[in-house]
Design a protein around this ligand. Structure first.
Ligand code: UDP
Ligand code: MG
Length: 310
């Protein structure tokens, strides 16, 4: 069986279109298909839309509904936990992940010695230029400083074997960054490329700043480089100050001590003070993550599933 996991947040317009498109494609697939929709605390009629779909196709469409918005990562996790298929795929509800690729992905995973078929966008057309620029910077940075490789343009849309899904579910951390988790668990992954699509309906729920802080989360969750940066900077400024002290000492001995240099002194104070705050901030970020992690809160809370609706 093939399970399709779809996190949905305010997708009442997209879901019917999505379902029809995928149903068409699933004619070409010889597996049984199971849909696992996760309603991530939508504020529109997404939930009643899912209830209706389940009524129409009780054996095919399942859904979970969260008690509030927990974020896409929580939705993915819940969906993967609920999925029962031997093959599991993760898709967005807005058809930005082309379902036409599914038959090809299934064939690849069944004929070749791979555990996962991922997809990546070759272009970012239709996206604001500044967003693409920062996305590229992010991938350059994270691949340089992190130990986990992340593929530029890779989407969450991927087809995985049961074994890989079970491995992903073993990572029970609270701060989830799927792009990192998918690559951290390893296994053989092959990427298919396609051109960027615009969403069919509705609006993206990611603003520039929410993406920015998401990428910061990614860096903090998968790299200790910022912490090392703090200690390098500290060591560097120590060495620098010793050299400066020696220079000042010998200059005073040889040329006397005309009092001067207050402006430069103030600049140095401000600079060092700023560096200390920056490093404290970096450490604080990690402590915040540890704090959330040690509370061991559930990643999501379910308010309703298809079983409550028979
Ligand atoms: N999504 C979600 N919870 C959220 C935000 C988004 O489940 O808090 C879902 C959304 O419904 C969609 C997918 O995640 O199916 C991708 O979101 P979106 O299309 O807004 O992101 P983009 O494609 O613009 O990166
Ligand atoms: Mg989208």
């Amino acid at each position: 069986m093939l399970s399709i996991v779809i996190p949905c947040y305010n997708e009442e317009e997209s879901i019917p279109i999505f379902f029809n498109e995928v149903e068409k494609i699933s004619q070409q697939i010889k597996h049984d298909v199971e849909y696992v929709f996760v309603n991530d605390g939508s504020k529109d009629n997404t939930l009643s839309c899912l209830r209706d779909l389940h009524k129409q196709y009780p054996n095919k469409v399942r859904y979970l509904s969260f008690s509030r918005n927990f974020g896409k990562e929580a939705g993915l996790y819940a969906g993967l936990q609920a999925a029962k298929g031997d093959l599991v795929t993760v898709m967005d509800a807005d058809l930005q992940d082309p379902p036409e690729l599914l038959p090809q992905m299934i064939e690849l995973i069944e004929t070749e010695d791979i555990d996962c078929v991922g997809t990546r966008r070759t272009t970012r057309d239709g996206e604001p230029a500044i967003r693409s620029f920062f996305a590229q910077m992010f991938y350059k940075l994270i691949n340089k400083i992190g130990e986990t490789e992340m593929v530029d343009g890779a989407r969450d849309f991927r087809l995985m074997t049961r074994q890989m899904v079970d491995s992903i579910l073993e990572l029970t951390e609270y701060n989830r960054f799927s792009k990192g988790i998918f690559s951290w668990v390893g296994y053989n992954t092959k990427y298919l490329s396609y051109e960027n699509r615009e969403r069919v309906a509705g609006e993206t729920s990611w603003s520039f700043w929410s993406l920015f802080s998401y990428s910061l989360d990614g860096i903090i969750n998968f790299s200790e480089a910022p912490l090392n940066f703090a200690s390098y900077i500290g060591a560097l400024s120590c060495v620098g100050s010793v050299i400066a002290m020696m220079v000042i000492f010998f200059r005073t001995v040889m040329y006397g001590d005309p009092t001067s240099g207050w402006p430069s002194m103030v600049c140095i104070f401000l600079f060092v003070g700023g560096l200390q705050l920056l490093c404290l901030g970096i450490i604080g970020k990690y402590i915040g993550k540890i704090f959330m992690e040690t509370k061991k809160r559930p990643v999501y809370l379910v308010k309703e599933t298809e079983k409550d609706n028979v």
